[in-house]
Design a protein around this ligand. Sequence first.
Ligand code: FE2
Length: 502
Amino acid sequence: MHQKIGNSSAMSLGLSSTETGLVSKGRASAGAALPGSQDWISLLAKSLPTEHTYKARIEGRIPADLRGTLYRNGPGIFERGGVRKKSLLDGDGMIQALDFEDGGVRYRNRFVRTEKFVEEEKSGRFMNGTWSTRAPGGFLANLGVGVKSQAGVTTLVRDGKLLAFDEINPPYALDPSSLKTEGQYQVEAGKPSFDYKAHTKIDGKTGDWILFGTNFGRHMTLDHLVVDKGGKIKAKGSLRSPRSTYLHDFFVTERYIIYLLHPVKFSPLPMLLGMRSIMDCLRWDASLGNLVIVVDKDGKDKPVILEAPAAFMWHSLNAYERGDTIVAEFVGYDEPDHFIGLDPAFKAVMVGKSGNDKFPGKLRRYAIDLRARTLRQEIVADAHYEFPITDPRVQCHASRFAHLTYQHHKGWFHDGIARVDMKTGEQARFGFGAKHFVGEPIFAPSGGREGQGWLLAQVLSGETNKSFVAIFDAENVASGPVAKVMMEHHVPFSFHGWWQQA
Ligand SMILES: [Fe+2]
């Protein structure tokens, strides 16, 4: 396996102009600095209550064909009235928009005006439970009330709207230009919605939009919806899940939906009784192994259920059909100790500790033979990866390249970008070095080849305590960024994004 590995390098400076707005009435306080050599990591969990608008300073040269808007979504407020969220994966959704124009890059961040955000902004305190943190007031305040959407996980442009998803339905719609929240968006107009998960897929060739959800009644169901480019419902399906679990992402091919049911046991009763948050109702039991379910998009054929070794999946890379075989690629952990169990890193960072994150995210491949009803797992790359991204032009179809975050050392908080050739195993990597956190690289296609384009990754620097967006030539990752768009402030942990070509 050949690896190209690059390092951080200085860039020439450009000019910037700024204008800054304040919106949040000062009610959301920023998290306190935390002691220790890893202080800067606490910036990932530090609120950014101010809504900014400014022309960003550029280092290097923005590619001439990179014209459009990079949207990102992630939590922006972690505490109100002295109450702090219990996990890094929890906070009010904040959209960032970076408009790449001929005159430079305009930066904006705006909170999604969810019902929850509006009422808590008014009161200056948390009033609602969210998925890692119960509402203040003990079990009586949480008894049977469930949780409210923060619309703070993923974002995409569809139907002329910028949509912001939580994992509680439905998504919120914003105006893609003004970033003004317009209200909740009905995917299936006039029909009750199921609980859509944050991750959806858009078929790179047909433009179909595929959504899924897990819903709980007497049993957990797995539900999906296929929406064509015109917004018409093309197919749907629902099946009873053989396991009650928590899922975040899935796989889609031309004809099939694939669910990876990892052995996370979810018992909602303590949550319904107001005793625990959803996250605290999750338990990892590796002895159960994974169940992999293949269903056809029309939901008519009997599902195929196969077993695989236990591996926790946050995110899939892609899936496609090769004859009777389905290839499904993803990042998976032998154990999700950074998320579930004793002192997980995602909780520890909220109180200034490092916590557990011993198990790396390995790049894996399932080869599912539908005729023989067999599944084979292959470890494509055994290091520390997350946020796998495929070229969107080949989503749901045969693909070759994975773009991911990467960690040179142990631990979940990644400091580099990698591109992996899934056919040869060849890797190109670039590391920003110590005291840097690198988020999901968003792919902006350019040219005609798969993998030809630009990668846009937001980086938090513990040296400057500010963030920037690094732009890489996707086919030359090891050379480092061709340009950086500099933020005037830090940006907390931002999950996912979307590139909208002008
Ligand atoms: Fe995600």
